[in-house]
Design a protein around this ligand. Structure first.
Ligand SMILES: O=C(O)CCC(=O)C(=O)O
Ligand SMILES: [Fe+2]
Length: 284
């Protein structure tokens, strides 16, 4: 890459010390609105194909809330479903800062769309009675099982404004310096009680279109979104090319499993054999 540096010395020092960096308003309002349209398209595709096939997509993480209704926590993977979003994961405004932080070409290894989006109750889904919280964890606790290096960078692109009131990501600065072994808990992996001082958490406040970069060993969490609007972020994880880990090791099998069901649903919809039951905008 021949471009001039895009991160300044203060930003590089902040990253070294804290293990995260927020770049506000990187994407334009027009780009954000097309990301929202793509998020709606993917949500409708995955929910309607699940309903049509009477088989829940493995891409879909959905829960039944104690407070009523259901919430889509995330859909993963997503790049094979949207040209626009797959292009975002290769955008220079995202790759360039990562290149500077990891001193190598970033290679995409995982992508997901965390919706935290309330939806109406629907039959036909296996939904645990749970919420859209994410445990106190680092992402490397998951990636280490596939032999990935610990200098992966995750990046959350905010599709909606993220703030203290809607379950934004909360990071624990400096925790990236040393990995903490995680315990398996109900909804994923979590650091053992007492290993991280929870009072040091920083809630990341950022308008839609921002980029939150965080080190794979940085401990983070998020509380449920209590509002009636989605709190969507796309989270990409890139590894340094030098690790030479191959392509799509973690999510490839699910793309292959799910794609034929999605195509079958689209064909049945096209010939009028199935009519969509779910619409995203009434829930937004
Ligand atoms: O979307 C969030 O609030 C956090 C998600 C997260 O940490 C993850 O998907 O690994
Ligand atoms: Fe995470």
């Amino acid at each position: 890459m021949a471009n001039p540096a895009c991160l300044n010395a203060d930003q590089l020092a902040f990253w070294e010390t804290n293990g995260f960096l927020v770049l506000p308003s990187v994407f334009t309002a027009a780009e954000v609105s097309s990301m929202r349209a793509e998020a709606d398209f993917i949500l409708e595709l995955i929910i309607n194909s699940s309903l049509c096939n009477q088989r829940q997509s493995r891409r879909l993480d959905i829960r039944k809330r104690q407070t009523g209704g259901m919430v889509v926590r995330k859909i993963q993977p997503i790049n094979d479903l949207s040209l626009i979003l797959s292009r975002v994961s290769e955008d220079e405004r995202l790759l360039r800062p990562m290149y500077e932080l990891m001193a190598d070409q970033p290679v995409l290894m995982e992508e997901k769309l965390n919706y935290k989006q309330p939806v109406q109750s629907m039959d036909g889904f296996r939904v645990p009675l749970d919420d859209d919280r994410f445990p106190v964890h680092n992402d490397w606790a998951y990636y280490l099982y596939n032999g990935y290096p610990d200098d992966i960078i995750s990046s959350a692109i905010t599709i909606d404004d993220c703030h203290t009131g809607n379950g934004t990501i909360c990071v624990f600065p400096g925790t990236h310096h040393e990995h903490i072994d995680h315990n398996r808990v109900r909804n994923g992996l979590e650091v053992p009680d007492g290993t991280v001082d929870l009072s040091t958490g920083v809630l990341l406040d950022a308008p839609a279109g921002s980029v939150m970069l965080f080190h794979a060993k940085l401990v983070h969490t998020s509380e449920p979104n209590p509002t009636s609007h989605p709190r969507r972020v796309m989270i990409y994880s890139h590894y340094p090319q030098r690790a030479n880990m191959g392509i799509d090791v973690r999510n490839g099998p699910n793309r292959l499993r799910e794609s034929p069901w999605e195509w079958d649903y689209r064909r049945r919809k096209e010939i009028g054999e199935y009519v969509d039951e779910f619409r995203a905008e009434v829930n937004a």
